[in-house]
Design a protein around this ligand. Structure first.
Ligand code: GDP
Length: 422
């Protein structure tokens, strides 16, 4: 795939079963980014079974299977390109921790496709994902009104779904000026890569065109290296191998790096990506690497690797802006749920609720409120119960957002305003 086009990280969001995976599969298929041998193999299988012409369905089955097996280093980064851009799908739709991942990795997504099935309309997860996209700063959204084949390609059903989405976007004050709505069938391929004859009443852009016409994302920060550690392996012949994705900066062999909060450092000996040794790794690269003198028990998941001469921050406390998505009662000072930030999971106490914010205007609605509840936005001061490496969102957005989980649910999302370092 060409490396000379600008890169776009794309989030595909929407209610379960509205067709996110099918649409991603369709995009990969239409842009010829499903490996030829996979298609050939499926064509043969389909013909053997007397189902010629059904290759797309077989490709989808195969992707679903791969998703289930999807493990460790590569978290199912799916890729395709248009004339203008090289796209990476952020996270894999359908993943059970999708919402949490959307929060902890969402600053990575530049733009989003929201999938809404025309036969089902706006549903709770549609609302939740739109709300998060807004809070976490997704710039542009393309709305794919999917499953048009199930509503006989009726314009009325498309308009009805479009109105529902428009209401939702207005509610969360998403800037709707440049939002595009496209009637599609991910399954049949209508208006994805070619204009459909089934929707003569629609004369707007098809999905690939709309993706191609997205504005170019702001250039990646030339911030310092930040590489959150996902796992630590011991590999015979090499030694200790931490793995993770470079979020910002560059990792080079020979660099002196520091792991925080474990507070150990050493020189990078080798870097491996896709089973090959490479001299350096850049934002978005999933790598395993080896550092001189660091043993398996010295570092752990949740550590962040950065330059030894300017190591990642470790917070004594931090101030953050949070939005409560769903909580059965009220949140008061002293509450200690688990915070998920990059690859770390740490219990943190909400030490004080400093002010409540009007979610629409962003202005202070109340100083020192006694509690906050579902739907509220607030500024809070947080004390991690164990060392946690985290950064102000204004400096390193990739390391500055978090999800708050309790009782098996994502109850709030937030971004870090400032860090009071240990
Ligand atoms: P996700 O949970 O949003 O990723 O949804 P999936 O992509 O797994 O799709 C859920 C179900 O809807 C599957 O059975 C798909 O075959 C079906 N589906 C997805 N897109 C379409 C479509 O455009 N038309 C029809 N008829 N079915 C679709």
């Amino acid at each position: 795939m060409s490396e000379d086009k600008p890169h776009q990280n794309l989030a595909v969001i929407g209610h379960v079963d509205h067709g996110k995976s099918t649409l991603v599969g369709r995009l990969l298929y239409e842009t010829e980014n499903v490996p030829e041998h996979v298609i050939e193999q499926h064509k043969e299988e389909a013909e053997e079974k007397g189902k010629g012409g059904f290759e797309f369905a077989y490709v989808m089955d195969n992707l679903a299977e791969e998703r289930e097996r999807g493990v460790t280093i590569d978290i199912a980064h799916q890729e395709f390109d248009t004339d203008e851009y090289y796209f990476t799908i952020v996270d894999c739709p359908g993943h059970r921790d999708f919402v949490k991942n959307m929060i902890t990795g969402a600053s990575q997504a530049d733009n989003a496709v929201l999938v809404v099935a025309a036969d089902d309309g706006v549903q709770p997860q549609t609302q939740e994902h739109v709300f998060l996209a807004r809070t976490l700063g997704i710039d542009e959204m393309i709305i794919a009104v999917n499953k048009m084949d199930l509503v006989d390609y009726e314009e009325g059903r498309y308009e009805q779904t479009k109105d529902e989405v428009e209401d939702l976007l207005n509610q969360v004050r998403f800037d709707t000026d440049s939002v595009k709505y496209i009637p599609v069938s991910a399954f049949e391929g209508d208006n994805v890569a070619s204009e459909s004859e089934n929707t003569p009443w629609y004369d707007g852009e098809i999905l690939l065109e709309a993706l191609n016409n997205l504005p170019e994302p702001s250039p990646p920060t030339d911030a310092d290296l930040r590489l959150p550690i996902q796992d630590v392996y011991t590999i015979s012949g090499i030694g200790t191998v931490p793995v993770g994705r470079v979020e910002t900066g560059v990792l080079n062999t020979g660099d002196n790096v520091s792991f925080q909060p474990s507070d150990v450092s050493g020189e990078v000996k080798t870097i491996e990506m896709h089973h090959e040794e490479v001299p350096k790794a850049e934002p978005g690269d999933n790598v395993g690497f080896n550092v001189r003198g660091i043993g398996k028990d010295d570092i752990r998941r949740g550590d962040v690797c950065g330059p030894a001469d300017d190591p990642p921050s470790v917070a004594e406390t931090f101030q953050a802006q949070v939005v409560v998505m769903q909580h059965p009662s009220v949140i008061t000072a002293g509450y200690t749920p688990v915070f998920h930030a990059h690859t770390a999971q740490v219990a943190c106490t909400i030490e004080s609720i400093d002010k409540k914010i009007d979610p629409a205007s962003g202005e202070t609605a109340e100083e020192d409120p006694d509690f906050i509840q579902s739907g509220d936005a607030a500024v809070v001061t947080v004390r991690p119960q164990k060392p946690l490496s985290i950064e102000p969102s204004s400096e390193i957005p990739e390391l500055g957002s978090f999800a708050i989980r309790d009782m098996g649910q994502t109850i709030a999302a937030g971004k870090v305003l400032s860090v009071n370092e240990r």
